[in-house]
Design a protein around this ligand. Structure first.
Ligand SMILES: Cc1ncc(COP(=O)(O)O)c(C=O)c1O
Length: 352
């Protein structure tokens, strides 16, 4: 049958989001959500929100959020653009910078949405493999791509590239460098300071991970005002809704809760890494709220399936470079311990 779609869309497989099971009696460690609820300040604003306000269109710029985020980062509101989740910014970046003659480049393995967006935009994706230690590939500077993306901390490895290396990369690139900092809230450092020196850097932030607001769909871009103004031209007119602006502003203002909960997750992560290594998993150091684990004694697919039977969900990708690895979101210390007990049993059975 004839297709109504453009050829590249007809051929597209589409992005596969992590499974969202309906039951509540499960341990869900598959989509890097925060084990903590959003800030109590968010709950207060939600409770007091006047539904009548929804009759009107929202502020197209999300000024309340821009002001709050600018204050947190020591920038101006002109440096910030609100997005309907970080994914909204990624879509905009592909639309703004890439086409048939303007490629995108990124190191792999990384966030599996990038190649999907490249196919949608019909642009070439130059994928450069990380080495075994997940160091930034030198070849990344040699691509002439219109858009280079580095996910930092990287998903799904959790590895982190230093700010100095990012600065050198931005300096050498002829095009835009988008630093995807969706998971940076769990790292010790971030690249925000580079914005003032580089007119080709865009930083992506998400409220889905560090702020426990994946269901709200809110993220933001940081860049010099000229890049932000260019991106504004292609965003949906009202890309973030009135309720989301109010709740996201409340969340980012509550620094105390943010610091407390992200520190708890980091502590739980470090314990989880030790426990997994104790079970002889190979686990690279992670600066994110997930870890990448590989067992020598049992295939990842088998472990994944046996965990599902025990109502524990982790992420298994079956993609090049990740065939035998599981990405495990850091849960509460209690959830992580249940996972470890289940893994002990599974590995014992596997070796029989
Ligand atoms: C690496 C990376 N970047 C960006 C995003 C987008 O996050 P969101 O659209 O929920 O803000 C995700 C979501 O999982 C991600 O893993």
């Amino acid at each position: 049958m004839m297709s109504y779609f453009r050829d590249n869309i007809e051929a597209l497989e589409g992005y596969t989001p992590g499974f969202q099971p309906k039951q509540s009696d499960i341990i869900k460690l598959n989509t890097n959500e925060n084990p903590f609820p959003p800030s109590p300040e968010v709950m207060k604003v939600l409770g007091a929100f006047e539904a009548e306000k929804l009759r009107r269109y929202p502020d197209p710029m999300g000024e309340d959020f821009r002001q709050a985020a600018a204050k947190v980062h020591g920038m101006k509101p002109e440096n910030i653009m609100c997005c309907n989740g970080g994914d909204d910014l990624l879509t905009m970046a592909f639309r703004a910078f890439c086409d048939e003659s303007r490629p995108v480049a990124y190191p792999v393995p990384t966030y599996s949405l990038y190649p999907v967006l490249a196919k949608m935009q019909n642009c070439q994706a130059i994928e450069i493999p990380f080495d075994d230690e997940f160091n930034l590939p030198v070849k990344l500077t040699k691509t002439d791509a219109a858009l280079t993306i580095v996910c930092n901390p990287n998903a799904p490895s959790g590895s982190f590239v230093s700010i100095g290396e990012m600065a050198s990369l931005a300096d050498e690139l002829p095009g835009v460098l988008l630093i995807d900092e969706a998971y940076v809230d769990f790292a010790e450092d971030n690249c925000t300071a580079l914005i003032k020196d580089f007119d080709n850097i865009i930083i992506l932030r998400s409220l889905s991970k560090g702020y426990g607001l994946a269901g709200l769909r809110f993220g933001y871009a940081m860049a010099q005002p000229e890049l932000i103004a260019g991106l504004m031209k292609i965003k949906d007119s009202y890309n973030v809704d009135a309720l989301a602006i109010a709740l996201a502003a409340a969340a980012i203002k509550d620094r105390e809760y943010f610091n407390k909960t992200t520190n708890e997750v980091k502590k739980a992560r470090d314990i989880l890494v030790e426990r997994l290594r104790g079970l002889k998993f190979k686990v690279p150091a992670s600066r994110a709220n997930f870890v990448l684990a590989e067992s020598k004694s049992c295939p990842a697919k088998v472990i994944y399936e046996k965990l599902v039977q025990r109502n524990i969900y982790v992420r298994y990708f079956n993609l090049p470079g990740l065939e035998n690895k599981l990405r495990i979101t850091v849960g509460t210390i209690e959830q992580n311990e249940k996972l470890i007990s289940a893994l002990e049993e599974i590995l014992r059975d596997c070796m029989k």
